[in-house]
Design a protein around this ligand. Structure first.
Ligand code: ZN
Length: 655
């Protein structure tokens, strides 16, 4: 809908204001669409103590042309249920009655509400990503690889724009929900509950995964993360799948803290101590209970003790990172570290309030907290949570393009934050460093653990000069990309930019002999490395893996205008160097370049070399596959070849 007018005709000099009651008032479309939904999932609406906070109103960006489905710019909800072979009628959110009452009322029995709920939560997640990344998000493009004539190794890639992610609220009758990279879709299942917790849940009742905020946010995050870094789903390290899982949980978890009603109620209940048992630290509660577990599926801050059936906070064990390899369990180490950083930031932000409220002792008197104090604590928690959420998402742009480890992610978090908030007067970065240290997560190749040494190194002057002309030529296209009306136009412009960048890179590498060692790439024709894939001319092949402009605004209004370029290469090598005819592995390397478009300088080079003396990363990847950790994940979660088409399907299955 464009500007519309409440009008019975334009006002003109001829007719004059008194001539009639005709007038013309331009009415702009609203900024947001308000839609009712569950804050958690339907099970909390049936409990007296939580019913009052479980229904909230989501404010999602107003989409100018939103069709029935809902089908908008980013999403298409397709409500086909294969188990009963029926299409449910799609909801029309532009129906004036629905606009007037913030959408349909939450209801387990209405498929149209299910459609509305998935749309509201997915759009909320998309908006958070766009705010953090400073650009419109794009789904993972459809890539077609065509082998080049006369060359068995090199492939030519064409990428096709994917306009909408499809959402199937009733895709299967099983305890599962997952993101399908091949279908570019989120598939939500439903199932009958099996539980002996008769007081908490109706045994045999139907559980819809599409009604859980956490599950929808988690799956949408998988899709968004895949759109930013499509190589992150490759299993090259014990952290690979674990990171995808952990990151999706982190986004779901911190989105909870943006709901003020829930926050106030839980802060009142826990007397301001968010590290004690509370609803906010749990994920996918109904799903967890319904499939027979006690407590939520994954508890970020504590767990119910199997013997006592009582909730206990988790104590960090630095050994876990060395011994736990199952992707969810390993992922929960990262979730807990981020949650820990958040709680210490929250404590720091609220210490003065507690001193005021306790007459300086810091120990609050017994009894319920004053509502004003609860509100102030909730405001601080919401602010801190929002900062942590945006920090975590923003860090994605500062990650290496392949083989991400938790330690690399910590470095990305610290560097990204340093760029946007140069003075860390609240101690956010120290809180992260401390929380990761307590869980034994250390980045490789860092001499000491300080905020300064964790920051990715800035590019040297020599390197910066080499990239100056490149930055200059890319800036014009990047500037234009901000004014494109549709995401498709942006995608097409970036595709052109990728092609032009490919042509410009080779001469830059020719001019500066140091660049290969700095970027970890092997681009010059005479510099051959074992197993390196080659292009049709027999030269080293490389891929501009992604190219993304970002315009971010810091809390003080500072503007960062950047271009993020990821370049990757591949080597195809035998798994066992002594048995060259045996199984092969795909070993990837590359770098992420962060260019500052205002100063035309290369800010950071984040490198995973395709080749290095000793090839230690290659040895690690071979060991990871040989020792069976990779196979362990595959056998546990994937059935044969389906692993390659649906990498998340089994990972999310209830058991
Ligand atoms: Zn997942």
């Amino acid at each position: 809908m464009s500007d519309s007018t409440i009008s019975s005709g334009p006002v003109s000099a001829e007719t004059g204001p008194a001539a009639s009651r005709r007038y013309s008032i331009p009415v702009r479309p609203p900024a947001v669409r308000r839609l009712r939904g569950y804050a958690f999932d339907p099970s909390l609406s049936t409990r007296l103590e939580t019913a009052g906070i479980n229904e909230i109103t989501y404010s999602v960006p107003w989409e100018v042309s939103l069709d029935r489905g809902p089908t908008g710019e980013y999403l298409e909800v397709v409500d086909y249920d294969p188990s009963s072979d029926c299409f449910y009628e799609p909801v029309d959110l532009n129906n004036p009655y629905l606009i007037a009452q913030d959408g349909l009322a939450p209801s387990e029995g209405s498929p149209q509400f299910h459609q509305q709920m998935t749309y509201a939560v997915a759009m909320t997640t998309i908006r958070n990503f766009e705010q953090a990344l400073g650009r419109k998000v794009l789904w993972r493009a459809h890539t077609e690889e065509k082998p080049q004539a006369g060359n068995t190794h090199a492939n030519e890639e064409t990428e096709t724009f994917i306009q909408r992610l499809r959402i199937y609220p009733h895709a299967m009758r099983e305890a599962n929900a997952f993101y399908s990279p091949a279908k570019k879709a989120l598939l939500f299942g439903y199932f009958n509950a099996i539980t002996d917790q008769r007081d908490a849940f109706l045994p045999g009742g139907t559980v819809f995964t599409c009604l859980s905020h956490d599950i929808i946010a988690h799956e949408t995050t998988h899709a968004l993360l895949d759109g930013v870094h499509r190589r992150m789903i490759e299993r090259t390290h014990p952290d690979s799948l674990a990171f995808h899982e952990a990151f999706s949980d982190i986004v779901a978890l911190f989105q909870h803290f943006t709901f003020p009603e829930v926050l106030r109620s839980q802060i009142g209940k826990t007397r301001g101590d968010l590290t004690s048992f509370n609803l906010l630290g749990q994920l996918a509660q109904e799903f967890g209970v319904a499939i027979g577990n006690y407590g939520a599926l994954r508890d970020a801050i504590g767990q119910v003790n199997e013997e006592t059936k009582k909730w206990e906070p988790l104590t960090p064990d630095p050994q876990d990172y060395l011994t736990v390899f199952e992707p969810h369990a390993r992922g929960s180490i990262l979730v807990a570290a981020v949650f820990d950083a958040f709680t210490s930031i929250y404590r720091d932000r609220t210490a003065d309030l507690l001193r005021i409220a306790s007459g300086g002792t810091g120990v609050l008197p017994s009894g319920a907290l004053h509502p004003d104090l609860v509100k102030r604590l909730a405001d601080e928690a919401a602010k801190a949570a929002r900062h942590v959420l945006l920090m975590c998402i923003r860090a994605l742009d500062y990650c290496p393009p392949v083989n991400l480890t938790f330690g690399d992610y910590l470095r990305a978090l610290i560097t990204a934050d340093m760029d946007i908030v140069p003075i860390d007067d609240r101690g956010y970065r120290l809180s992260f460093l401390e929380a990761f240290r307590r869980r034994g997560i250390y980045p490789q190749g860092v001499r000491n653990l300080s905020v300064g040494s964790l920051c990715w190194p800035t590019a040297s002057e020599n390197t910066r000069d080499s990239f100056k002309s490149l930055t200059d030529s890319l800036r014009a296209i990047s500037d234009r990309s901000r004014y494109f009306r549709t995401r498709q136009e942006t995608f097409e412009a970036l595709e052109k930019m990728r092609k032009s960048l490919r042509e410009q890179l080779c001469p830059i590498f020719e001019d500066n002999p140091l660049l290969e060692s700095l970027t970890g790439l092997v681009i010059k024709p005479n510099n051959r490395v074992e197993g390196l894939t080659l292009d049709s001319a027999g030269e080293p092949s490389f891929e501009i893996h992604s190219l993304q402009p970002a315009q971010r605004v810091g809390p003080d209004g500072d503007l960062l205008n950047q271009l993020i370029i990821s370049i990757t290469q591949e080597r195809i090598l035998p798994l066992d160097p002594d048995f060259p005819q045996g199984q092969v592995i795909h070993f990837r390397g590359g770098c992420t370049l962060i260019l500052d478009l205002d100063s035309l300088e290369l800010r950071y080079l984040i490198v995973k070399p395709i080749w290095e003396v000793g090839d230690s990363r290659l040895i690690d990847q071979r060991n990871f596959i040989r020792t069976g950790q990779e196979n362990l994940a595959r056998v546990t979660y994937f059935s044969s070849d389906s692993a390659f088409t649906e990498p998340f399907a089994m990972l999310h299955r209830g058991f």
